[in-house]
Design a protein around this ligand. Structure first.
Ligand SMILES: Cc1ncc(COP(=O)(O)O)c(C=O)c1O
Length: 303
């Protein structure tokens, strides 16, 4: 059976979900997207979408920034995503990718809500980066500025910036790149936010540092402060502060919590996954697997 895709306001077999090579979306990268995870419970009897409502609201805001349009309300979109997971018989950990794009075949690069098209696909997904700690570098590429290409819009075209940084990192033997802002502050990874730990306090740069308005980041801040009593500070981080951090990890829907072992060949802490990262990772895992009753409002059942 072909995977089922949501495209042109209907569920269709994947071979029917195609666009023209002339599409502005392909030629100019005119679109925005989301990335959502669904997690199987320990008993394997249920699958929950993590923070579905927030993801769809962010997609709606991205489309709003880009003058594109979703095919329905946030509630309608959330319902379509759950239905898509059901139609694809997703009974294990899965990833959902909604994309809203300018599907006109006209030549000029113009954003026009009338040309908006939405596609959604899903697939089984395990770990995105690595199950262990990773070695990262600071990229020679700078993060695109809010006034050039807003990270908040999660725009498809903006991922050329991420892809250049990731290519360079891999070419130099690292797993991931950290991009700095034009001002030289830590912005984010190619598709992850950055947290460091110093003297027991969790620190992460605000979204005004040209990074995405992150849902995993926001969730981890709530879990740290409200559930675990770990103090959190939101403030700019300098490049060399990464080198002297006690702990560091990247986070995102794909990356979940990925500990960092070294930055630019400087070992972070003692090179082992630190106590704050370990505690937060265990709690996050318990929450997404549905083991924490108080956080059930973040989970949408599929079955
Ligand atoms: C550039 C970028 N930063 C950060 C993230 C992590 O954000 P979230 O936790 O909302 O998935 C992503 C992934 O979506 C991303 O693409």
């Amino acid at each position: 059976m072909d995977p089922v895709i949501y495209f042109k306001r209907a569920f269709r077999p994947e071979p029917e979900a195609t666009i023209s090579v002339r599409s502005r979306a392909l030629n100019y990268g005119l679109g925005c997207f989301g990335g959502i995870r669904a997690y199987r419970t320990d008993e394997g009897t249920q699958v929950h979408v993590f923070r579905l409502d927030r993801h769809v609201r962010r997609l709606e805001q991205s489309a709003h920034i880009l003058r594109l349009r979703l095919p329905g309300s946030v509630e309608t979109m959330a319902g379509i995503i759950v239905e898509l997971l059901r139609r694809n018989e997703m009974r294990g950990d899965a990833y959902v990718r909604p994309i809203v794009f300018a599907n006109s075949n006209e030549l000029s690069p113009i954003l026009d809500p009338e040309t908006s098209e939405t596609a959604i696909f899903c697939a089984p997904l395990g770990r995105y980066l690595s199950s262990g700690a990773i070695d990262v570098c600071v990229s020679s590429w700078r993060r695109v500025r809010e006034n050039a290409l807003p990270a908040r819009a999660k725009a498809t075209g903006g991922y050329l910036n991420s892809a250049l940084a990731r290519r360079e990192a891999i070419d130099h033997g690292y797993t991931e790149a950290i991009l700095l802002t034009e001002d030289g502050h830590v912005s984010e990874g190619s598709a992850e936010h950055v947290f460091i730990v110093r003297e027991g306090r969790l620190i992460s740069p605000p979204s005004t540092e040209d990074n995405l308005d992150g849902i995993t980041r926001q969730s981890l801040i709530a879990l740290a402060q409200e559930d675990l009593g770990i103090p959190f500070v939101e403030r700019p981080i300098g490049r060399t502060e990464l080198y002297v951090a006690d702990e560091m990890f990247l986070c995102g829907t794909g990356a979940e919590i990925t500990p960092v072992r070294s930055v630019d060949r400087r070992t972070i802490g003692d090179g082992q996954v630190g106590p704050v990262t370990t505690r937060l990772s265990a709690h996050f895992e318990a929450v997404v697997r549905g083991r924490v009753q108080a956080r059930h409002a973040w989970l949408t059942p599929v079955w």
